[in-house]
Design a protein around this ligand. Structure first.
Ligand SMILES: Cc1cc2nc3c(=O)[nH]c(=O)nc-3n(C[C@H](O)[C@H](O)[C@H](O)COP(=O)(O)OP(=O)(O)OC[C@H]3O[C@@H](n4cnc5c(N)ncnc54)[C@H](O)[C@@H]3O)c2cc1C
Length: 305
């Protein structure tokens, strides 16, 4: 029997301490609850382990990283190569002096908001409603309620394909709306961020308002990928989708949310292909009715079945 990629890598990297598994389901991880499997899934034990893995990974083996899968559509044929997922050792949060906060890439955004609140550091309440982890927020420049991740970032830390540690300034992250142009292949492990000193009670009121607004306006308990399309300059994607008559539009088990038309939902039994086809149909109808070409915000990765 031929060895799997994970078995071959384990044999080539004898000092690896993290978990390296073959043929792992990603549908159990991502918010949409659909999609294919990872050929190999690596969960590093710590930073040294991640650096060792990357430095020894053969150049021809593709790799990528996922967070909590709240902005991801993994196609039904799955992800070839190695998928990296950071766990607890990368989830530390440490408030510092002068309203600074260090957080690991695997720290849930909501925890970042709550720990900042406890430390009396304002400016992080927007994270309370974003269901990803910090690594995804750093990559996507996640934002809400008028604040973006880039407004808080001082420096981002990570490892490149060669396994070398890199430190990227805010400018080097190349931030724009829901986008970062950090060098390809860098895995973020954490970031130093800065807010402003505030009263805990005032921050708590803000956090509570963010959470209450979310619950009322978004399908937060559904199998979804968050905002499907970026807002075109000066326009709202949800309004364009609504005006194109797409509210409730269905393909297979995928539906445009009735509650928020920029969300696609797996209403049961959807495939990743259903969801992607629905998104493309929405784009087609919006282009036809308004002339606007919507751009996907959701990251679509992997191969079709
Ligand atoms: C109900 C709901 C509401 C949402 N509301 C918002 C919102 O208000 N604002 C907003 O901006 N987004 C929102 N989102 C989208 C999503 O939560 C954010 O984009 C989040 O930052 C993604 O983080 P994640 O950990 O889930 O990343 P994933 O979805 O797993 O990955 C997203 C991208 O980040 C990259 N990535 C993840 N971790 C790392 C890392 N360590 N190093 C390098 N790259 C990495 C991945 O490769 C991928 O390209 C919402 C999603 C849902 C489901």
């Amino acid at each position: 029997m031929t060895a799997t990629l994970a078995e071959r890598l384990a044999a080539q990297l004898p000092k690896l301490r993290g978990r390296l598994l073959s043929d792992q389901s990603l549908a159990e991880v991502v918010w949409f609850r659909v999609g294919g499997r990872a050929e190999a899934l690596f969960t590093p034990a710590d930073e040294d382990d991640l650096a060792y893995f990357l430095s020894r990974l053969p150049a021809e083996v593709p790799y990528g990283v996922i967070g909590l899968g709240s902005n991801l559509l993994v196609r039904d044929g799955g992800l070839p190569g190695v998928t990296i997922r950071l766990g607890k050792p990368f989830a530390t949060i440490a408030p510092g002096r002068d309203a600074t906060l260090w957080a690991g890439a695997a720290a849930a955004d909501k925890r970042v908001a709550l720990e900042a609140m406890e430390a009396g550091i304002g400016g992080f309440a927007f994270f309370a409603g974003i269901p990803g982890a910090l690594g995804g927020a750093l990559a996507m420049n996640a934002g809400a309620n008028g604040t973006e991740t880039s407004d808080r970032v001082v420096e981002v830390f990570g490892f490149d394909r060669a396994g070398d540690a890199v430190t990227l300034s805010n400018a080097a992250m190349g931030y724009s709306y829901r986008h970062s142009s950090a060098p390809e292949g860098v895995i973020f492990t954490g970031a130093l961020m800065r807010g402003e000193q505030r009263e805990r009670a005032a921050i708590k009121a803000e956090v509570d308002a963010v959470i209450a607004h979310r619950e009322a306006s978004q399908p937060t308990r559904s199998r979804t990928g968050g905002s499907t399309f970026k807002n075109p300059p000066g326009l709202s994607a949800w309004r364009l989708v609504d005006e194109a008559g797409c509210r409730g539009l269905t393909i297979g088990g995928a539906q445009v949310s009735e509650l928020h038309t920029n969300f696609l939902i797996n209403v049961g039994g959807a495939t990743a292909a259903d969801i992607e086809a629905l998104g493309e149909e929405v784009r087609r109808r919006v282009k036809e009715t308004s002339g606007v070409e919507l751009e996907w915000e959701i990251k679509r990765i992997g191969v079709a079945a």
